[in-house]
Write a protein that binds this ligand. Structure first.
Ligand code: IPE
Ligand code: IPE
Ligand code: MG
Length: 260
C-alpha cells in the first residue's frame, strides 16, 4: 500500500505541530493496523541521571501507559509491546526480580483504565518460568478484559521469536504424529495459526527506541514485511508525540511486498 496520493506533511513541518494537531494529521491518513514496539533504553535513561537501572524501568511503565492511550486515540487495532525477552533472564537477578515485581504491581493497577478504554490484553510468550504470582496477576487481567472489543494490547512477556517458532514446530509435529494432518498440509497459513499471535495480522510498523539497529529475537516470523522506524529516543522519554511521528514516517513509506 502506498499513500503518495494522499497529502502528508514533510517530517520537519510535523515536528513543529502540537500533539492534538499532529494526531489530527496522522488520523487523516491510513494508520497501521498493528504496531509493535521494542521498548528499549530504560537502563540508559536511568544511568544518564545517576539513578539505578530499575528507576528507568519504573519510568518505562509510565511511558507504556501513555503509548497505549495514544495508540487507542489514533485508531490502531493491535499494539504489541516487548516487555521481557527470553534472553532478559540473563540479567542480574536483582534486576530481574525488580522487573517481575514491577509488572506484578502495575498490571492490576492498569485494569480500571484498560476496562474504561475497552482494551483487551493478550500475552505472548512462554508461561513456564514466570513466577506464579506474576502469572496469576496477568491471567486475571487477561480474563477480565477478554470481552473488550477495542484495541488489542499484546504484551510480549518471557517472549522469544525463536521459542515461538520452536513451540509451533512441536505443535505441528504432534498433529502430524497424531495423524491429524499430512506434512505437506503445513503451509504459511497453518504456521501462522500455530504461533502465539494467531488471529493477529502481522505488524505493519515496528518501532525500536534507543537507537539499536537490531530486532533482538522479536516477532521473527511476523515482521517479514514490517516497516522499521528506529528512534534515538530512550523508552522512558517516548510518548504520544513520538508514536504519532513514527506513524507519520510510516505514512511516507512505499510498501512493495516484493512487487514493483
Ligand atoms: C528495556 O530497557 C527494558 C527491558 C529490556 C526489560 P533496557 O533495560 O534494555 O535498557 P538499556 O537498553 O540497558 O538502556
Ligand atoms: C529487547 O531489548 C527486549 C525488550 C525490550 C524487552 P534488550 O535490551 O534486551 O535487547 P539487546 O540486548 O540490546 O539486544
Ligand atoms: Mg536494552
Amino acid at each position: 500500500m502506498a499513500f503518495e496520493h494522499l497529502s502528508s506533511l514533510p517530517a520537519a513541518d510535523l515536528q513543529s505541530l502540537d500533539e492534538p494537531e499532529l494526531l489530527a494529521r496522522v488520523k487523516a491518513l491510513p494508520v497501521p493496523r498493528h504496531v509493535a514496539i521494542i521498548m528499549d533504553g530504560n537502563g540508559r535513561w536511568a544511568v544518564q541521571r545517576g539513578l539505578p537501572r530499575v528507576a528507568g524501568h519504573r519510568e518505562g511503565v509510565k511511558a507504556a501507559r501513555a503509548v497505549v492511550r495514544a495508540a487507542d486515540a489514533v485508531g490502531i487495532h493491535f499494539l504489541t509491546l516487548y516487555a521481557f525477552s527470553s534472553e532478559n533472564w540473563s540479567r542480574p537477578s536483582s534486576e530481574v526480580s525488580t522487573l517481575m515485581s514491577l509488572l506484578e504491581r502495575s498490571i492490576d493497577r492498569e485494569l480500571p483504565e484498560l476496562m474504561a478504554n475497552n482494551v483487551r490484553l493478550r500475552v505472548i510468550g512462554r508461561p513456564k518460568g514466570v513466577p506464579t504470582s506474576v502469572r496469576e496477576g496477568i491471567d486475571r487481567v487477561v480474563a477480565a478484559t477478554a470481552a473488550n472489543t477495542g484495541l488489542t494490547l499484546l504484551m510480549a512477556f518471557n517472549y522469544g521469536g525463536r521459542d515461538e517458532l520452536v513451540d509451533a514446530c512441536r505443535a505441528l509435529a504432534r498433529q502430524v504424529q497424531a495423524g491429524e494432518i499430512r506434512p505437506d498440509e503445513i503451509d504459511e497459513d497453518r504456521i501462522e495459526r500455530t504461533l502465539y499471535t494467531q488471529g493477529v495480522p502481522d505488524p505493519d510498523l515496528l518501532i525500536r527506541t534507543s537507537g539499536e539497529m537490531r530486532v533482538s529475537n522479536f516477532l521473527l516470523w511476523q515482521i517479514a514485511y514490517a516497516e522499521l522506524v528506529i528512534t534515538p529516543t530512550l523508552w522512558p522519554d517516548f510518548g504520544a508525540r513520538n508514536l504519532y511521528l513514527a506513524i507519520a514516517e510510516f505514512q511516507r513509506r512505499v510498501r512493495r511486498f516484493g512487487g514493483v
